[in-house]
Design a protein around this ligand. Structure first.
Ligand code: DMJ
Length: 571
């Protein structure tokens, strides 16, 4: 059980509602807290952004401790680290990654300024070996998303004079990706030189995510340019990968793109595989193709069957389904958010609660925690400002409106400010046991962490339109013109049953799939995430320790003199 503190404000709201007081939204303590937290997150974003612009721009990322920069785009990737050519000046990666966050926070002027700077200065004609997956989700995704936002007439940007500059850049980058797919299997190389294409003796090893999570960005590029090539290479790779599943419908983590053979047969829902699952579902939402849903459905069932153990997910061998590694990794924390998209909210709640428990225990989420030994992985005690827990918290709050998630968000914000904020930005944590810092502010801190936290406290952006967020947090509007057919509606808490809506007009992918709470029939309710049952089913107790947390008010129950758990304390 995790410690429950500071529920007072939200509890008060519930008490007032229960006592039949009429309290308007704007006056409620929760609304006030959300507003206060939103401003705190905005300040965090600008602290990170301004320091990047001062000390690192136009290089890729900020080194907040030394107030210098790193050109990290060529170093990204799980498989290998490479050094940059001396003359490589970076690609303003953090600026590209910040574009949609700027707009979500209402800074249209800075968004326009950044777009103009990028259109005049960014070039991909550089002799740099980049990681295809990372460059796709960060750079192509950032450009494609910002282009769609810039050309959204309702946002009234550039006084209507936006000239598709970001699309031109995205198309150039997409073309530079194409040689990577020129392989006997159609599976792309993990690494490519932006100027010269695939290098001689390039490694043929890649990850499942590396070839299975390109479809959102490449598919969107095809829809926008009218050129089917990007979508078709990404789709060919995905289909080839799909054909490599085991008889248990499981996948491995690494493979050889030349032979189409698996290298690492063990996998889970974390590093090397995570966004593969994510993109099957999100591609269905964005492009409306039934095929993506069928693929996701069978992959999801296999994950739940072979990896899930209570609220945890261990790794397993794709051939036998036998557990291999019992570990919690920071990247796995995106899974509850994905589960919310299909309405599997109860399962999402319980896993999210465990991730947050680990966050509270260490102050942040360690990269790897060994569940079987109940200890940190000796060499992976770091926390590089990963956003996955904040991301899932945002989705769960959207789905349940349970104020407990606001408390979780506040706790995340407080930890980040306490442990990772330095004068020059936000620094990664090298070791969660000592909170020693590392000189790196990853671009996803601005693309994802600040964005999801902001949206948790102020979701007006997602009310204006229906968006699918890429794995890097870049919003892509769901539009019927991209759909072969509109997404199915899912029944909350019974995600295996599908129901086709007779009226499709005005159907929101967000409200159908992110907010199952809005689909609930009267009388139905979602279990509160804060609910902890009493130790005994008859509510009897000897001490306060025997009492749980009330589902409706999220208040701690206490033991009465007569030996019953209840909400006896008046606050
Ligand atoms: C981000 O770059 C993306 O979310 C990616 O899918 C994996 N995780 C990192 C941040 O942790």
């Amino acid at each position: 059980m995790f410690p429950l503190r500071n529920y007072a404000t939200c509890v008060l709201l519930f008490l007032l509602v229960l006592s039949d007081f009429s309290v308007s939204q704007s006056q409620s303590p929760c609304a006030a807290k959300k507003k206060r937290m939103r401003e705190k997150v905005r300040n965090m974003f600008y602290h990170a952004y301004d320091n990047y612009m001062t000390y690192a721009f136009p290089h890729d990322e900020l080194k907040p401790l030394t107030k210098s920069f790193t050109n990290s785009l060529s170093e990204l990737g799980n498989l290998k680290l490479e050094h940059l050519p001396q003359d490589y000046n970076g690609s303003a990666l953090t600026l590209i990654e910040s574009l949609s966050s700027l707009l979500i926070m209402g800074n249209n002027t800075e968004f326009e300024r950044a777009v103009l700077w990028l259109s005049e200065n960014l070039t991909f004609d550089v002799d740099a070996r980049i990681n295809l997956f990372e460059c796709n989700i960060r750079v192509l995704g950032g450009l494609v998303s910002a282009h769609l936002l810039a050309s959204d007439s309702s946002k009234k940007l550039f006084q209507g004079s936006y000239k598709n500059q970001l699309l031109v850049l995205a198309e150039d980058l997409g073309n530079r990706f194409l040689p990577a797919f020129n392989t006997p299997t159609g599976l792309p190389y993990a690494w490519i030189n932006l100027k010269y294409g695939v290098m001689e003796n390039e490694t043929t090893e890649t990850s499942t995510s590396g070839c299975g999570s390109l479809i959102l960005e490449m598919g969107a590029l095809s829809k926008m340019t009218g050129d089917p090539i990007y979508e078709s290479v990404a789709l060919r790779a995905l289909r080839k990968l799909w054909s490599m599943q085991s008889s248990l419908e499981l996948f491995g983590t690494t493979l050889d793109i030349a032979t189409g053979q698996w290298i690492e047969y063990s996998s889970g829902i974390g590093a090397g595989v995570d966004s593969f699952y994510e993109y099957l579902l999100k591609a269905h939402i964005l492009f409306g193709k039934e095929d993506f849903w069928k693929m996701f459905h069978s992959a999801y069932v296999a994950v739940q069957k072979y990896f899930k153990h209570g609220p945890w997910y261990h790794d397993a061998d794709m051939r036998t389904g036998r557990a291999t590694y019992w570990q919690l990794t920071s990247l796995q924390a995106f899974w509850p958010g994905l589960q919310v998209l299909i309405g599997d909210v109860i399962a999402a709640n319980s896993s999210h609660r465990e991730f947050f428990h680990v966050w509270k225990r260490f102050g942040v989420l360690p990269e790897r925690y060994l569940l079987d030994h109940q200890m940190l992985h000796p060499t992976e005690k770091y926390y590089p400002l990963r956003p996955e827990l904040a991301e899932s918290t945002f989705y769960l709050y959207q789905a349940t409106k349970d104020p407990w998630y606001i408390e979780v968000g506040e706790s995340i914000v407080n930890s980040l400010n306490l442990y990772t904020k330095v004068e020059g930005g936000f620094a990664s944590v090298k070791d969660v046991t000592t909170m020693q810092l590392e000189d790196h502010q990853h671009s996803f801190f601005l693309a994802e962490m600040c964005k999801y936290l902001y949206l948790l406290f102020d979701d007006s952006f997602v009310h204006e339109n229906n968006y699918v967020f890429t794995t890097e947090g870049h919003p892509l509007p769901v539009q019927s013109s991209w759909h072969d057919e509109l997404p199915e509606a899912y029944i909350p808490n019974n995600w295996t049953s599908l129901k086709r809506r007779s009226t499709v007009n005005g159907i929101s992918a967000m409200s159908l799939q992110v907010c199952p709470a809005t689909n609930l029939k009267s009388g139905q309710h979602i279990e509160s995430a804060c609910h902890i049952p009493d130790a005994r089913s008859n509510y009897r107790c000897l001490t306060d320790e025997d009492c749980g947390v009330d589902a409706t008010t999220c208040r701690r129950r206490t033991c009465s003199m007569a030996g019953y758990c209840g909400l006896w304390l008046i606050i």
